[in-house]
Ligand binder design. Structure first.
Ligand SMILES: O=P(O)(O)OC[C@@]1(O)O[C@H](CO)[C@@H](O)[C@@H]1O
Ligand SMILES: [Mn+2]
Length: 443
């Protein structure tokens, strides 16, 4: 515990931690697979970017192998060399951490904080691409993300067929209770977070079964469920505006099946009159393998439009139309791909903090967003969720997350101990989840 009452940051310096396992076993595998993918895709890439990009491709593969060596041998992190509006921020942060360290040395792979080193890892990969101008725009994980969507296509079909039924019912006014629909789609988006590519070190991990059939079976694995408070806050905001629905934001996580589940939630919010517009926040660069960029978002809608399943193509075109008419908006602020936790947002990106403050409700999807909400620290699991936010509160917020990192707050006292008896690796298996809400920071 630090002197400020905030527990220590997670770090690979603790050998039993998931952070250690990540640096020791996951990151090197991700690098080897990324280099391997580039070799295998060489012909396709050169067809798209031109044969004269061959040397640059070789250069990127070389940089990736060098980074793998540096991670494995615990070398210090190096300043970024490429371009990009965020380079100065990254290099200043590296210099600040170097100056603040006991021996005046830069952070190293096995001793830095987990959040910093893992964000740096993905930013460094992007740096290599930025140093190769002929390959500008190449997404090192693009292929894996598209495969993940294609492999979950049957689950996408059944989910969107069901969404069509529900939204048609809502239009006719003969639908089930809105509370029930809201809760159902919240759980769909929650469990959509089980299948990301980073946790499986980039190997195939897509949703094969129909998620709707699994909801009741998965329900006992939701360790904190603030669905009712989330919905009532949304309704109170509307009542305060004499019934007018307002803006809801979804801070997205992964492409593929999870993105479709998040867009279903966005559609339900509008169809049920709980929101008048939804702002979707994605990443400005490829991130943690499967996170959604604007390119992934557009590809998903285009691919949906081109399929011959009625529901899938219907929502593909409807969602494109939503983007045109403005009931949906896609944003990719550079703060989401910086190494900072969200308690630092107000100082580092006031514009984003103020923008989020315009919403009635913010959804934060997934594990990395959760880690950034709670500062990636070693909390006692019974710490109230609002306390773990350490002052971050642009608007009422709800996190939907499958546990894939060893940090959690907001659980009832004793629950963590109970679950650990059922599954030893409960904090990182993705089998358990939380729906955690914070209305305001006052106790
Ligand atoms: O944010 P997401 O996509 O839910 O998860 C990202 C993730 O796979 O990456 C980290 C480990 O590398 C973990 O925190 C987490 O499991
Ligand atoms: Mn992710």
């Amino acid at each position: 515990m630090g002197t400020d009452g905030v527990p220590e940051s997670l770090s690979p310096k603790y050998e039993s931690s998931f952070a250690y396992y990540t640096v020791h076993s996951r990151l090197p595998v991700i690098l080897a697979q990324t280099a391997d993918n580039l070799c295998r895709r060489k012909n396709d890439i050169l067809k798209k970017y031109g044969q004269d990009a061959a040397d640059e491709l070789k250069f990127i593969i070389g940089k990736i192998s060098k980074l793998r060596y540096e991670v494995q041998t615990n070398k210090p992190m190096l300043p970024l060399e490429g371009d990009g509006p965020d380079v100065a921020v990254w290099n200043d942060e590296l210099a600040a951490q170097t100056a603040a360290s006991e021996n005046g040395e830069p952070p190293k792979w096995y001793t830095a904080t987990w959040l910093y080193l893992e964000c740096y890892f993905y930013r460094a990969l992007n740096d290599f691409v930025r140093l190769a101008p002929k390959l500008a725009g190449l997404d090192l994980f693009g292929d894996q993300k598209r495969t993940a969507y294609n492999n979950s296509y049957h689950a996408v079909e059944s989910l969107l067929t069901y969404l069509m039924e529900v939204t048609t019912g809502l239009q006719k006014g003969t639908e089930k209770d809105i509370d029930e629909i809201f809760s159902e789609f919240l759980q769909v988006a929650l469990w959509g977070n089980k299948c990301d590519l980073s946790i499986s070190s980039g190997s195939e991990n897509s949703q094969k079964q129909c998620v709707l059939e699994q909801l009741s079976h998965l329900k006992p694995n939701i360790l904190a469920d603030d669905t009712a408070e989330t919905l009532s806050t949304l309704r109170s905001a509307m009542t305060a505006r004499s019934g007018d629905a307002g803006r809801v934001d979804i801070v997205l996580d992964n492409a593929g099946f999870e993105l479709v589940t998040d867009l279903c939630l966005a559609e339900i919010l509008l169809a049920a009159g709980l929101a008048s517009c939804v702002h979707l926040h994605g990443k400005a660069m490829p991130w943690f393998i499967s996170d959604v960029t604007k390119g992934d978002f557009d590809w998903t809608l285009d691919t949906m439009c081109a399929t011959n399943n009625l529901a899938v193509s219907h929502f593909g075109s409807k969602w494109k139309w939503r983007m045109q008419e403005g009931s949906w908006m896609f944003k990719a602020h550079s703060f989401w791909t910086l190494p900072y936790d969200f308690s630092q947002m107000r100082d580092r990106a006031l514009d984003l903090y103020q923008d989020l403050g315009q919403a009635d409700l913010l959804f934060f999807k997934g594990d990395l967003n959760y880690r950034k909400l709670v500062g990636d620290r070693n909390w006692d699991p019974a710490t109230p969720f609002c306390v773990s936010l350490r002052g971050f509160h642009p608007a009422p917020l709800c996190s939907l997350r499958a546990l894939k990192a060893d940090t959690v707050a907001g659980l009832k006292p004793g629950l963590a101990e109970e679950v650990s008896k059922k599954e030893e690796k409960w904090q990182v298996s993705g089998n358990w989840a939380t729906i955690s809400f914070c209305r305001d920071l006052r106790p």
